[in-house]
Design a protein around this ligand. Sequence first.
Ligand code: IPE
Ligand code: IPE
Ligand code: MG
Length: 249
Amino acid sequence: MTAKQRVVYELPADLDPNRLPKHIAVIMDGNGRWAKRRGWPRTMGHRQGVETLKELLRCCRDWGIEALTAYAFSTENWGRPLEEVDFLMALFERVLMRELREMMEEEVRIQFVGNLNALPTSLQAKIEESRESTRNNHGILFNVATNYGGRQEIIRACQEIASQVQQGQLNPDDIDEVLFEKHLYTAGLSHPDLLIRTSGEMRISNFLLWQMAYAEIYVTDTLWPDFDSSEFHLALCSYQKRDRRFGKV
Ligand code: IPE
Ligand code: IPE
Ligand code: MG
């Protein structure tokens, strides 16, 4: 499908285009339960979850969201059965290649956060190819958290900073939030304004720990494969009702 043929999502009239979140982060949870309810293997849920993510990305693009960060695989997800991990790695690879043309047509700029070196080398190659091919696109920034863990990200930043101190390139007194953020995977990216988590779990599960300090949190019981544009609309309605005080009055 080309950009011209596909459905264009109109911004619902009850949303204020001037008060949309610039950066949305999403914990795509509930694929396994969605499949289980249908008596299907968990992998079917992951497959369907990809379709949901595609729809959300389009919606974000059409509604003028600047960045979407999606949690695809956590540092803890390696603890799942090998069969499921292998399926996910192969799925990521297939989807990246399948969707590259459309991402180019839609001017999507894809980036990745996480410890990518630990991923299968064939997946690393596809990641690099998609990142490199889309780097000059001018549309939405689509950030995929793959083998991502907030704690791992913070420790890695500390190690980089410590080694600069050790080499005499940096004075410990000069370490502040601005400097620290330069060592995070998300360097240069604004903090998420809104975190969406599906499937009703009220937790962060090691996602963007530093960056989430002032994110508005929206949790829905809807399982990820069922999270469509009308569910997204509800999340944005909730966001627009929030009073973001950032510690002030
Ligand atoms: C989220 O769905 C997808 C990944 C973690 C890759 P789950 O696989 O966690 O689904 P549930 O939570 O078991 O239903
Ligand atoms: C978080 O979901 C990770 C991703 C969505 C990739 P999990 O299903 O792994 O989180 P927990 O285990 O419920 O905390
Ligand atoms: Mg889960």
